[in-house]
Design a protein. Sequence first.
Length: 240
Amino acid sequence: MLDQIRIVLVNTSHTGNMGSAARAMKTMGLTQLVLVDPQALPDDNAMALAAGASDVLANARIVSTLDEAIADCGLVIGTSARSRTLSWPMLDPREAGEKAVVEGVKHPVALVFGRERTGLTNDELQKCHYHVAIAANPEYSSLNLAMAVQTICYEVRMHWLQDQAPEVVSEADYPSADQLEGFYQHLEQTLLKTGFIADDHPGQVMSKLRRLFNRARPETVELNILRGILTSVQKPKPQD
């Protein structure tokens, strides 16, 4: 499904950012990179910053327009660092990651990032179904392109992992309240028989033991073991 989610970089000016973005993508399991009208083609600097993700960069698709990059996409989410004159449905990165994963099962999804200095134009943003903004520190909200790509890709991966995780079903079988009460009675009888508890002055021992076992919450099998121990204590010792 992650192959259905593509990262689209529009009119990128610094080749190093292409490589860093490819690295950010691959660490999160995304490999589909599209470069729209880049100001320069990927070079040695881009490959160096891609590090182990040079394959993502080498396989990047280069197109002339954003329309070409998103033509077959059923969902397009554009990054926007500032509010625009025309309000648009907004997502935070977590919501964007979730929506990308949910819809990526059905059709290709594009996550679109704009120019390093000016971002996406209003016309480009209007080609997107949703806009996503990263809630950075308003006093210093300077995220570079690769950081923004990493943030959104991380949220995509987190939601993908959540969908991949098998449902956890507890195999523990816990005793009923009645069974637990039977254990407490058995325990009290045993402690009275051994003299650990004085019949005429029991004190708070049983209350504290109840608290102990309730906190431990023994499973049914464990409770049966405990009762077996109590039974063995109650058995008369064989005569020598």
